[in-house]
Write a protein that binds this ligand. Sequence first.
Ligand code: GLN
Length: 406
Amino acid sequence: MVRKPRPATLPHASGKPLISEKAERFTESVIRDMTRQAHLYGAINLAQGFPDFPAPAEIKRAAQEAIAADVNQYAITWGAKSLRHAIAAKMKKWQGLEIDPEAEITVCCGSTEAMIASLLAITNAGDEIVVFEPFYENYGPDAILSGARPRFVTLHPPADPAEEWRFDERELRAAFGPRTKAIILNTPNNPTGKVFTRAELEFIRELCVEFGALAITDEIYEHILYDGARHLSMATLHGMRERTITINGMSKTYSVTGWRVGWAVATPVLTNAIRKVHDFLTVGAPAPLQEAGATALSLPDSYYEGLATAYRARRDRLLPALRQAGFKTFVPRGAYYIMTDIGGFDFPDDVSFAQHLVKDIGVAAVPGSSFYSRPELGARQARFAFCKTDATLDEAARRLRQVKKA
Ligand code: GLN
């Protein structure tokens, strides 16, 4: 979470601040903190978005076989050849994009590293990065660490929760200027579940072209879609192939968030810079798990259909449970989170509400304010992840019925 600058609290003996100004400007992740609190209080974790069900057997087997075959040393720093070629083949098949696996792909330690490596590779001090809010928590600190100034643009919640979250075109245009280096776009979106439409992406495309800005797109939920929503990659839009850094990873599509295998795809010039940053940040992602990644990305189409169908059933299990418990729910079209309005409960803010849930009710959720630069925008919201088994979701539903309404 981003916070206001404040003087360093622990001066060094020499009188110099012990902690960097950058590190002082954000807190630890609230999402990850809620996981620790879930452990502490024995609560069901609907806070951090990771599945509590097994990963596909063939992927696990591929990882085991890679270790048995002694794929235990560093992979090529920018990614195992087999995985880079599988990424290029999959992007060709699903997006129709021609990607050179030798020059345009950098495999990183999760899409988290792909995002920060990309930002570090392209930003100079004072550059501005446009970020929609609510945003996935990491983007704020990522911008600060790379020396950029985030410019936040609000995604407004719909009055009717069955409708879409939307940005105001004038507000988005006003956030672009001569210092705009890039816009970060996450579609399907965490935490709102919004899937950006072609018209919205076209509007963003025009701004990128007009202001000479890049788009950094986090497409990690590309296969988790509902109600006929279609995922569109920004790089497929006219003139955007050269301007887009496309980020993706194994975590969500193959239910392996702990493997830490993600990637950034961009033109050779951008990739060259991303690869250098990545090399000195982490050297490489886990080698045997990259080999398993090549197997994962070669799964048949039926795998992705099954993934979306299963997530739809989970969404449709948790939505009515939350409504019965007194939440107003925003219906997601993609990703695996439900943003809720908690105005029906008698709590001063989202943080005290989330504390009550985790300590007294036994369910961890993420307080809405952690997705905003201005906490007041999220003070009536909480996010629930539904990447869980039916048994977990049903037990959470049972507990949530105990929350007292206003
Ligand atoms: N993307 C997941 C979430 O939003 C988890 C991310 C993480 O903790 N690295 O909950």
